[in-house]
Design a protein around this ligand. Structure first.
Ligand SMILES: O=C(CO)[C@H](O)[C@H](O)COP(=O)(O)O
Ligand SMILES: [Co+2]
Length: 222
């Protein structure tokens, strides 16, 4: 499988969201990563359902929705209705993760589990066959533009081992501080999907930066 790039609109210009989504439609982006923050699970508030629905009106690519909210099970159906193709809930925010994953799948969405940097991948062993994607945080969630945590490489390798031992087809997504320096080694370590927010949107030519990222990701997958 070719590696997937999912630019995060957290770093887009919220006053020009239509323009930025149309740029992503033209670009080589595969998915559009949407960061939902509730000011409770994480110390920041981003945007919620009406904004996601507005993004969905223009987006021609699947919406990869990363819920950084407490008790995400309350809003799964609403996020599906607003356009989510994949919903990731945080391991740390779910009391009944297995049930929540089934609820996401029953909505015909792909089911993702996001894990904070402090969460050991071994905790996913008992649910790995029910998880379509693990969103591995390579920064502490809540803000864009932070530095990549180097320990992530080892976590990717450990998770890859768990996935292959379980003969699961779970994808590994890396979220936070991704750039053209770490993209190839992340793919080499076993990542399938890379999220990139500020690296794309603060560059002079975001569309071309997505091409640059895709090129180095393909080198990593050789
Ligand atoms: O989930 C997130 C933050 O909690 C974002 O997806 C992530 O930080 C991407 O932004 P950047 O590439 O700027 O680090
Ligand atoms: Co995210």
């Amino acid at each position: 499988m070719k590696p997937i790039i999912a630019p995060s609109v957290l770093a887009a210009d919220f006053a020009n969201m239509q323009r930025d989504i149309e740029m992503l439609n033209r670009s080589e982006a595969d998915w559009i990563h949407c960061d939902i923050m509730d000011g409770n699970f994480v110390p920041n508030i981003s945007f919620g359902l009406p904004v996601l629905a507005a993004i969905n009106r223009y987006a021609q690519k699947p919406l990869d929705v990363h819920l950084m909210i407490e008790k995400p099970e309350r809003y799964l159906e609403a996020f599906k209705k607003a356009g989510a193709f994949l919903i990731s809930v945080h391991y740390e925010a779910c009391h009944h993760l297995h049930r929540t994953l089934q609820e996401i799948k029953n909505l015909n969405c792909k089911a993702g589990v996001a894990i904070n940097p402090h969460t050991n991948v071994s905790l996913l062993k008992d649910t790995i066959n029910d998880i379509d994607l693990v969103c591995m945080m390579s920064v502490n969630p809540g803000f864009g533009g932070q530095s990549f945590i180097e320990h992530t490489y080892q976590k990717v390798k450990d998770l890859k081992q768990i996935i292959s031992e379980a003969q699961a087809d779970t994808l590994i997504e890396i979220d936070g501080g991704v750039n053209t320096q770490n993209a190839a080694p992340l793919i080499e370590a076993g990542a399938d999907v890379l999220v990139a927010g500020s690296f794309v949107f603060t560059s002079n030519d975001p569309e071309n930066t997505i091409v640059d990222l895709k090129n180095v990701m393909e080198v990593g997958s050789d």
